[in-house]
Design a protein around this ligand. Structure first.
Ligand code: SF4
Length: 491
């Protein structure tokens, strides 16, 4: 007779973590709920939905093959799905790993689910809170170094491997010339994939795996083909390749198919074998045990209201280009949004330097932009996107996460990407009909927020530049034209 119902959300798909760590086919019934709210509650990117649903159905099939009684339920809401199972098999206790968002945690706890600790991260929520309580400012670098020491990763006797904690200075190369990028790994589709695709009316790409085996193949591909070159080009955007040497592992880390421990172990093994240099291995380790853990920790530390912050009073509705890449003449923006449309993913630099920068500089409402990012990206969990968008991307939190806003003009985009060559605009110009909208909006942003940022010593150079501008009146006029043109889809 079953004794427990184990509820597995679609981002906890791991046989050895969370509530399944102690699961036993003899006593436990496993429940997955495909809720209408999850599938059709928002305008989700179909590739994202396909990935999440197909991964969950494959995972359910794997558990059945292991002998579990698995109830994969389709219902209006998660709670309705759990009630349905209870009606079938009795009012057994429902156990789940701590959910990954405030809302889900509250809903399930109020309904009566019991939680086991969430071990999908290397840093528990209480441990992160302990670290944060000792900090004056929440600088990621400080957290990352503490993580390296705590976890004993690339550290000997408290000293960093190769004498440096940080190789960022080596890792800011622009896209290479005459370089052959390795081909993308393709993931074949099976019957479950085809069934989900047909239900969603979607033609999926072959970019994303939907099984544990596929996720492991992607990890193997990254380690053997890409890790060595990852660091130097991690901040670049190429015109002829959308992935560069990025790992493409975040969807699997975020839905549970992979765990940070095995990913880090694989990278450290490659380093030990001499298969990848320290600047690439460190850069990758920083993403996994630094940024990823820090963002999750900060999500829980900052609290549920943080997602509503709007300190710069940004109230512009979402620009039309975010929902249709053809609604702009800006080559960088159109190309990046087209990449999102194609595969629900672009790497972290186009997210930050192009999409978020555009939202910040145009004064787009942070919650509208947050919703769009949540809906479009294949790896976009609530815990990922809230600190990234409210803190890093739009500075809507008044600087709790970042000491200054991430604002960039056309010159920086020209240096780090290959977009400007084919663009209707000139990145060196800030006024006139062919001025780069990013360059115009960058100076206009500083001008509009002078009172907020002029005393920020990290922005002294930027304000010194602003104070030297002789064409500020024309620039303000052009900035209005640019904002209007973006709203009309003509810029
Ligand atoms: Fe983007 Fe400006 Fe370069 Fe055009 S000129 S691609 S708008 S940065």
């Amino acid at each position: 007779m079953p004794a427990r119902i184990l509820y597995v959300p679609f981002d906890h798909l791991n046989r050895h973590r969370g509530v399944l760590r102690t699961a036993d086919p003899a006593t436990d019934v496993v429940v997955l709920v495909e809720s209408e709210r999850m599938v059709s509650g928002r305008p989700w990117h179909p590739e994202r939905l396909f990935f999440l649903v197909s991964s969950a159905r494959h995972f359910a099939a794997d558990l059945r093959a292991e002998g579990f009684d698995v109830r994969y339920v389709r219902a209006a809401t998660t709670i309705d799905g759990l009630e349905t199972v209870r009606a079938e098999i009795g009012t057994l206790p429902v156990v789940c790993a701590e959910p990954s968002s405030f809302q889900q945690s509250r809903l399930l706890a109020e309904w009566g689910a019991d939680y086991v600790p969430n071990d999908f991260f290397l840093t528990s929520r209480p441990l992160f809170a302990q670290w944060a309580a000792t900090q004056k400012t929440f600088v990621m670098e400080n957290f990352y170094r503490a993580q390296r020491v705590r976890l004993g990763i690339l550290v000997t006797n408290g000293k960093p491997e190769a004498g440096q904690w940080n190789f960022d200075a080596d890792n800011r190369l622009p896209p290479p010339k005459n370089y052959t990028w390795p081909p993308y790994l393709e993931h074949a589709r099976d019957d479950i994939d085809r069934e989900v695709a047909a239900e969603l009316g979607h033609e999926p790409t072959t970019t994303w795996a939907t099984t544990r085996a596929g996720a492991l193949a992607q990890l193997d591909r990254f380690i053997s083909v890409h890790l060595a070159g990852f660091g130097p080009y991690e901040d670049a955007i190429a015109a002829d390749n959308w992935a560069l040497h990025h790992s493409l592992l975040s969807p699997y880390l975020n839905n549970g198919l992979l765990h940070a421990t095995e990913v880090i172990t694989a990278a450290l093994d490659a380093y030990a074998r001499g298969a990848a240099p320290i600047q690439s291995v460190e850069a990758f380790v920083r993403q996994i045990i630094g940024w990823r853990e820090y963002i999750n920790g900060m999500y829980w530390f900052l609290g549920e209201d943080y997602r509503n912050a709007n300190e710069l009073a940004a109230d512009r509705p979402l620009l039309p280009v975010f929902t249709d890449s053809r609604k702009t003449r800006m080559n960088c923006v159109g190309s990046v949004v087209a990449g999102v449309e194609a595969r629900a993913w672009v790497h972290h630099i186009p997210r930050l330097m192009v999409l978020s920068n555009l939202a910040l500089l145009t004064g787009t409402n942070p919650q509208a932009f947050l919703d769009w990012m949540r809906e479009q990206f294949i790896d976009a969990a609530e815990w990922v996107m809230v600190p990234n968008i409210i803190g890093m991307a739009t500075h809507a939190d008044g600087g709790q996460l970042m000491t200054k806003p991430y604002a960039a003009g056309g010159a920086y985009i020209k240096r780090m990407t290959e977009f400007c060559k084919g663009c209707a605009y000139n990145p060196a110009k800030r006024v006139g009909p062919d001025a780069c909208p990013f360059t115009t909006l960058y100076w206009d942003f500083l001008d509009r927020h002078r009172d907020t940022f002029a005393r920020n010593h990290r922005m002294a150079q930027q304000f010194a530049g602003l104070n030297r501008l002789v064409d500020l009146p024309e620039l303000r006029v052009r900035a209005r034209e640019v904002r209007d043109g973006l709203e009309a889809g003509t810029i």
